[in-house]
Ligand binder design. Structure first.
Ligand code: HC1
Length: 573
């Protein structure tokens, strides 16, 4: 460790720490705007400027500590300097904060408040010309609220390995955009929304459907049903002040009922259904010489990425629709018949931790009953806004249950929301199907955890089954390149578009840099799902009684003609 002085106090921090990290150890927060640990360490915004040894200025986010270093973080002139920096940002910023989607959790707004910036128009003058880009299916880019921090472009390029946004022009004209000023919808953006998750302001946000959903609910001729993805219950509470890693499943079901949905269902039901179809498909491919490795197909950001960047591997994709889409197809067929409803009178809404799901609902081949399987897909954040808009006092709600039968899910389904969860769920079913014996240990811990790439080999009925799991598209690329070069061979691969899986999806509540840099959000949210799995009495998809009944009375067997028509899809090369 190295000892330095911060504001006159001795602090000891590991060698290699920055001033920012050392200050945190002393419980001193130095403000930041652009900084994201290991990702965007460019000291561009200068908010973290501190004084060192006798008055020199340094950017705390990148300046490494050395023995005897003296640091001042909060002298009156430093506070004045930071206020000026904020005033300069504000002079080129759209300040319609009242109606901004980020009002209340904007990192720029928070800093202005904390530092007492009252004269937001102090340096007002010419503004950089900007426009609103609505060309993508899932999101809006509003450069009038961009502060040029580069968090979005760093995430797109370094985490996802895509790089469809970056700085165009120079100096005062600098603007974040795509090459040749193309709309995002015209690029190979995969709709993952990871850029939105890290944006400190309201420059990037999802296209919202909450007014359309509210209108459907108010229409007495419509039967409006909702499904909630596994990961939503692990994130939604953050919007209502609960600590990261709080399971709010019961309150969420209660809130959805109070919003006025006719039925409150769970994507976990169709995650179990996905496992039935996917495990069957996997066994078929192994036994009949089908294309291997088979790769999971539930993450639409990953699917779009595969189509754009690995088109020669689309045959490896499972033909299973995602649980979101399977749910919609079953709701408008099996459930519609049970209820005596016409499919077109059902409005099928999903709540997802994901922005790519907005794109997925409009893909070809996702309308098994002559109308879209899912009509509207909203993010976890949109659901929180809707709950607030409807005046529902979320924190006071009782815990309620989902409705039957499409609200019944097992432990295997709920872990879908964490990287490795789909693989583990599939293994629980595939192993029991192949061996005909009950699994002694349901936990496949090798595929758990937030590591970007995981591998394991399991001996199943005399065969060594090699599996791999990747989350985040940069990791997916690395894994697939290993497969293509022959360096690795697997039978089954799970890929999720977002690092850590859906719990860290682009539609989840946004946490500020100060939290993202110090807490492993993905692990805390994933723990919610693994704890729920461990507490369930039914933890295998093939033991879900509602799924058994669906096959017995309607679909026949996994892979049947009817199942294929409703639950499987095709891809674009
Ligand atoms: Fe996911 Fe899935 S796990 S893709 O991450 O397979 O979004 O949560 O709903 O469809 O079940 C997301 C989560 C989600 C699907 C399931």
């Amino acid at each position: 460790n190295i000892t330095i002085k911060i504001n006159g106090m001795e602090v000891s921090a590991p060698e290699g720490s920055t001033i920012l990290e050392a200050a945190r150890l002393a419980h001193v927060e130095i403000p930041t705007l652009c900084y994201l640990k290991d990702l965007n360490e460019i000291a561009a915004c200068r908010m973290c400027t501190v004084k060192i040894n006798g008055g020199k200025l340094a950017a705390a986010c990148v300046y490494p500590i050395n023995p005897g270093l003296e640091v001042w973080t909060n002298t009156p002139d430093l506070v004045e300097y930071r206020k000026k920096t904020l005033q300069l940002i504000l002079s080129n910023h759209n300040r319609s904060c009242l109606s901004c989607v980020r009002s209340g959790n904007c990192e720029l707004q928070t800093l202005c408040k904390e530092l007492g910036v009252e004269d937001s128009d102090y340096y007002d003058g010419e503004k950089t010309p900007s426009c609103i880009d609505e060309s993508a299916a899932h999101m809006v880019r509003d450069n009038s609220k961009c502060i040029l921090c580069r968090r979005c472009s760093a995430t797109c390029e370094k985490v996802q390995g895509i790089g469809v946004i970056g700085a165009n022009e120079r100096g005062f004209a600098t603007i974040i955009g795509s090459a040749f000023d193309m709309g995002l919808g015209e690029t190979s953006c995969v709709s993952c929304g990871q850029c939105i998750a890290v944006c400190p302001t309201g420059a990037l946000y999802e296209k919202t459907c909450i007014d359309d959903v509210a209108a459907a609910i108010a229409d007495p001729s419509k039967h409006v049903i909702v499904q909630t993805a596994p990961a939503v219950r692990a994130g939604l509470g953050e919007e209502f002040g609960y600590p990261i890693g709080t399971n709010v499943e019961g309150k969420m079901a209660a809130a959805l009922r109070r919003i006025g949905f006719d039925k409150v269902f769970d994507t976990n039901f169709s995650a179990d259904l996905t496992i039935m179809e996917e495990a069957h498909e996997f066994i078929e491919r192994v036994q009949n010489g089908g294309t291997l490795p088979m790769i999971t197909s539930c993450s639409p950001g990953w699917i779009k990425y595969c189509e754009h960047y690995f088109p020669d591997m689309t045959e490896n994709l499972s033909s299973c629709k995602s649980p979101q889409q399977m749910f919609g197809a079953i709701a408008k067929s099996y459930y519609a018949e049970k209820m005596g409803l016409k499919p077109e009178d059902i409005v099928s809404v999903s709540v997802m931790p994901c922005t790519a799901k907005k794109f997925e609902i409009g893909r070809d081949n996702q309308a098994a009953n002559g109308c879209p399987d899912v009509d509207y897909s909203m993010t976890t954040r949109e659901l929180a806004r809707m709950i607030k808009k409807f005046g529902i006092r979320f924190n006071e709600l009782p815990d309620e249950e989902f409705d039957a039968p499409l609200g019944l899910g097992t432990g295997a389904a709920v872990i879908f929301g964490a990287t490795g969860g789909v693989m583990e769920a599939a293994l629980r079913t595939a192993v029991e199907t192949l061996t005909g014996e009950e699994l002694q240990k349901l936990d496949f811990t090798d595929v758990r955890g937030t590591e970007g790439i995981k591998e394991a080999t399991y001996n199943v009925a005399g065969m060594d089954v090699k599996v791999a799991v990747a989350s985040g598209l940069g990791n997916a690329r690395e894994l697939l390149n290993r497969v293509k070069s022959g360096e690795a061979d697997y039978h089954f691969i799970e890929i999720m578009g977002c690092p850590g899986g859906c719990v860290n999806g682009g539609g989840q509540p946004q946490q500020p840099g100060s939290v993202r840099n110090t807490v492993d959000i993905r692990a805390l949210r994933a723990k919610v799902l693994y704890d729920e799995d461990a507490a369930k009495t039914i933890r295998k998809s093939h033991e879900n009684p509602a799924i058994k009944e669906l096959y017995e009375t309607y679909l026949g067997k996994p892979g049947s003609e009817k199942a294929h028509h409703l639950l499987h899809t095709t891809y674009v090369k």
